[in-house]
Design a protein around this ligand. Structure first.
Ligand SMILES: [Zn+2]
Length: 685
C-alpha cells in the first residue's frame, strides 16, 4: 500500500539510496526520458506504438559479464538461475515465496555488504557491485539498496526484463521510494506499458509533488496515452518548478501541443528549443513530423534532413521520410526510402529492427497504393506478427466478451424503462456522439461537422470510459459497471445521471475544446457504441451518429495500422473481425431494447455524395446546412488520429471496397463477419 503520510519531499529530496549510487543529474534524466519518448514517437501519428522503446540508455557502458558467469555457475548447482536474467536464483527472484524472510541476524552484515556494492557502483566498479548485490539478494531477496544496485547494473547492460523485475520488487518493498517509483514509471513507459507507467507516475507525483521528474513523467506518459491536455499541465509544472526553459522539455511540450493540434504554438517552442540546442535529433525529428502533418513538405524535409545529419540511423527516421514522400504522391521514392538496404548494410540495421513493425506497415500501405496488393498484405502480416512478438499483446477476448455479455444482460427494455435519465443542462454545448469501429470514417465525419460554426470538435474524448470506471465509486456500489447502475434506484442516487452528465460536461470544459457560441460538441471516441446504454441515460437527447463501412474494408484498414482500441484486437486479422462482430451485435441489442436517437451513416455514401450525407447529419443534429461542412478540407484543424492525412486530402474513391483486392487474404474472416454484413446490407462482390 502506498502511504504518503508525512512524506512530501521537495525537489532537494533524494532517497538515501540514490545519494550513494545515482549521480545522474536532472538534465540527464530529462534527456534520457526524451530519448525514450522520441523513440516512441517515431511510431505512427496518434497510433499506439506497437513496440517498446529500447532499454539501452545512452551514456552507460554495459556491465562486464565475466563475473556473472562465474557466479551463475556456482549457483546453478543448487538451483536454476531466474529466467528474467537478473543473475539471481529463481527462488530468490521471480519465484520468490511471498512468505520467505531472511534471518534477522544477517541484517548487519548485509547492510555493510550492500553499502560496499553501492560504493563500488558509484566508483565505476560494476563487477564488484554486481557480485556484492547478488550475494546480498541471495540471502535477503528484498533488500532495497541491493535491489537498487543490481537494477541499475541490469538496466545499463540493456537487460530490460531483469531490470523491470528488480525494480518492481523494490517498489513493492518500498512504496514510498520516490526515486524508484519514478524510475519504474519511466521503464514501463519505455516498454510501452502506458497504463502501468501512469499508475506509478501518479504515485511519483503523490510522493514528490514538487519534483520536476514526477511531472515530466506524467507529461510524457499522458501525451503518449492520448490525453495531451493533462500532459501539458504537467510539462508546464516542470517549467514552473525549475524556473528554467530546458530545450528538451520545450521540445517535449511542443510535441504535446502538436498532438493537440496547436500547431503555431508548437512551432514556436520548437524554434526556441532548437535555438538553445541545435543538434538534438529528437527535436528536429519531431519538428519535421509537425511540418509534415501541417502540409509544409519542404520545411518537413529540411528538418528531417537535418535530423539525419545528426543521427543517420535515427529511429523512425526512414519511416518518417517515406511517409513524407508518400504524402506528396512520390510512391517510388517512398518505397526506396523504406526498403531495407539490398546490400544488407549493417549500419542502422539493429536500431531499425525495433521499428520494423511500423516500417512494414508503412511499406505495405505504399505497396497498396502502387496496386501491389499481395506484397502489401505480406507486409501487414509480418508487421502484426512482429508487433505481437515484441509487445506480447494480443486480443483480450475473454474480457471483451465478458463485458459485452454483462452489458447485454443489464440493458434490457424492462430495466431500462425503470432507469432515471438526466435532463438536458441548458447553456452547455451538447455532445454529439460520432461512433464507429476504428477506421470507419469517424474522423472524416467529425471534420465535416465541426466545420459548422456552431459545432466544436472534441476529438476522441475518453470521458464515457472514465465515467463508467468511476460509477461504482460515485454511487457507493458494491457492484461494478454496468450492474452498479442499479444504485440509481436508491433515494440518494436518484440524481445520478445528472451527476454523470455534469462530470462529462466539466471534463469537456476543462479540456478547452468548446468554441464560443457552440451548441454541439463532437465526441468521436471509437467504440463508444459499447456504452450506448450508459450514454442514453446521461445524454438521452444527444444524437448518436453511427458510421458504418463495409466490414471487410474496416478489418483490412485496421490491419494496416497500429491501434490499441478494442482490447488490442488489432494485433491479428481474426481478432479484429471477432471484435467487430461483438460490437455490432451489442449495438443491435441496444437498438432492440431502447429508443435511441440513432442515425446510421455509411462511409460509402459519403464518398458518393458528401453534400447529401452532411445535409442528412446536420438535419439530424438539428443544425442548418452550412457549405463549409462540405468543403472541410479547408479546415486546418489537425485531428490526433492517424486518419489525418486522408482527411486533409480530397476524398479518394480508392478507399471504398478496397477489400476486393484482398479477397483471398480475407477469406478466413468472412464467416465471422457474415452475420453483421447481412444485417447491415453489405454484400461480397
Ligand atoms: Zn527473476
Amino acid at each position: 500500500m502506498l502511504s504518503i503520510a508525512g512524506q512530501i519531499p521537495g525537489e532537494d529530496k533524494k532517497a538515501a539510496l540514490s545519494d550513494d549510487v545515482d549521480s545522474s543529474s536532472m538534465a540527464d534524466r530529462v534527456r534520457n526520458s526524451q530519448r525514450a519518448f522520441a523513440e516512441k514517437r517515431g511510431t505512427e501519428h496518434g497510433a499506439r506504438p506497437a513496440r517498446p522503446g529500447t532499454a539501452t540508455d545512452g551514456g552507460y557502458p554495459p556491465a562486464p559479464l565475466g563475473r556473472i558467469v562465474a557466479h551463475g555457475a556456482m549457483n546453478a548447482q543448487r538451483d536454476a538461475l531466474c529466467a528474467c536474467g537478473s543473475g539471481l536464483r529463481s527462488c530468490r527472484c521471480c519465484e520468490l515465496d511471498p512468505a520467505f524472510a531472511a534471518s534477522p541476524e544477517a541484517r548487519d552484515r548485509l547492510d555493510i555488504l550492500a553499502r560496499c556494492a553501492a560504493n563500488a557502483l558509484a566508483s565505476g566498479d560494476a563487477v564488484a557491485a554486481e557480485a556484492g548485490s547478488l550475494d546480498v539478494l541471495d540471502i535477503a531477496p528484498r533488500f532495497p539498496s541491493a535491489l537498487w544496485v543490481l537494477y541499475q547494473i541490469r538496466r545499463r547492460a540493456g537487460n530490460e526484463q531483469a531490470a523491470l523485475a528488480l525494480l518492481q520488487r523494490l517498489v513493492a518493498v518500498e512504496p514510498n521510494n520516490a526515486d524508484a517509483t519514478q524510475e519504474l514509471a519511466l521503464l514501463l513507459f519505455q516498454r510501452g506499458d502506458l497504463a502501468a507507467a501512469e499508475h506509478h507516475a501518479r504515485n511519483a507525483v503523490r510522493l514528490a509533488p514538487v519534483h520536476p521528474r514526477s511531472h515530466n513523467l506524467m507529461g510524457m506518459i499522458l501525451t503518449e496515452a492520448q490525453r495531451p491536455h493533462i500532459g501539458e499541465f504537467h510539462y508546464r509544472r516542470v517549467l514552473e518548478i525549475t524556473g528554467a526553459r530546458d530545450p528538451i522539455l520545450l521540445a517535449n511540450l511542443a510535441w504535446n501541443l502538436k498532438c493537440q493540434g496547436r500547431i503555431a504554438e508548437a512551432r514556436e517552442l520548437y524554434n526556441e528549443s532548437v535555438e538553445a540546442a541545435p543538434d538534438i535529433f529528437e527535436t528536429l525529428f519531431g519538428w519535421g513530423q509537425l511540418e509534415e502533418a501541417d502540409g509544409n513538405f519542404a520545411a518537413a524535409r529540411a528538418k528531417l534532413d537535418r535530423a539525419a545529419e545528426i543521427r543517420p540511423d535515427g529511429p523512425g527516421l526512414r519511416v518518417a521520410r517515406a511517409t513524407l514522400h508518400a504524402r506528396q504522391g512520390k510512391l517510388a521514392a517512398a518505397l526506396a526510402e523504406i526498403e531495407p538496404d539490398p546490400d544488407g548494410g549493417e549500419n542502422g540495421a539493429s536500431t531499425e529492427a525495433r521499428n520494423d513493425s511500423n516500417a512494414l506497415l508503412e511499406k505495405g500501405r505504399i505497396l497498396d497504393r502502387l496496386g501491389r496488393y499481395d506484397e502489401a498484405f505480406v507486409c501487414f502480416d509480418e508487421a502484426k506478427r512482429l508487433a505481437r512478438e515484441i509487445t506480447g499483446k494480443h486480443y483480450l477476448d475473454q474480457q471483451a466478451r465478458e463485458i459485452a455479455d454483462r452489458l447485454r444482460r443489464f440493458f434490457v427494455s424492462d430495466r431500462v424503462r425503470l432507469m432515471p435519465v438526466a435532463s438536458v443542462r441548458e447553456g452547455s454545448a451538447q455532445p454529439i456522439f460520432i461512433m464507429g469501429f476504428p477506421r470507419s470514417g469517424t474522423t472524416l465525419v467529425e471534420q465535416a461537422l465541426s466545420a459548422h460554426p456552431r459545432i466544436s470538435a472534441g476529438d476522441e474524448l475518453p470521458f464515457i470510459g472514465e465515467l463508467s470506471d468511476a460509477i461504482p465509486r460515485l454511487f457507493g456500489s458494491p457492484l461494478s459497471y454496468p450492474e452498479a447502475l442499479a444504485e440509481l434506484w436508491m433515494g440518494d442516487n436518484r440524481r445520478g445521471p445528472e451527476t454523470l452528465r455534469d462530470a462529462y460536461l466539466q471534463k469537456a470544459e476543462l479540456r478547452g475544446v468548446v468554441k464560443p457560441g457552440s451548441t454541439g460538441l463532437t465526441d468521436k471516441m471509437p467504440l463508444n457504441e459499447m456504452h450506448i446504454g450508459l450514454i442514453s441515460l446521461i445524454f438521452p437527447r444527444s444524437p448518436l451518429i453511427h458510421i458504418l463501412r463495409h466490414p471487410l474494408d474496416v478489418v483490412l484498414s485496421v490491419y494496416s495500422h497500429h491501434l490499441t482500441h478494442g482490447y488490442f484486437c488489432a494485433y491479428a486479422l481474426e481478432t479484429i473481425a471477432q471484435h467487430y462482430a461483438l460490437v455490432m451485435d451489442l449495438v443491435h441489442h441496444y437498438r432492440s431494447q431502447m429508443a435511441l436517437r440513432y442515425l446510421p451513416v455509411r462511409y460509402e455514401d459519403m464518398i458518393e455524395d458528401m453534400s447529401g450525407s452532411v445535409r442528412r447529419m446536420l438535419d439530424f443534429v438539428g443544425e442548418s446546412f452550412d457549405e463549409r461542412c462540405v468543403n472541410f478540407q479547408d479546415n486546418r484543424r489537425l485531428p490526433q488520429t492517424p486518419s489525418y492525412a486522408q482527411v486533409t486530402q480530397k476524398l479518394y474513391d480508392r478507399s471504398r471496397f478496397r477489400y476486393r483486392h484482398y479477397r483471398k487474404h480475407l477469406e478466413p474472416v468472412i464467416p465471422i463477419l457474415k452475420p453483421a454484413m447481412d444485417r447491415l446490407g453489405y454484400t461480397l462482390n
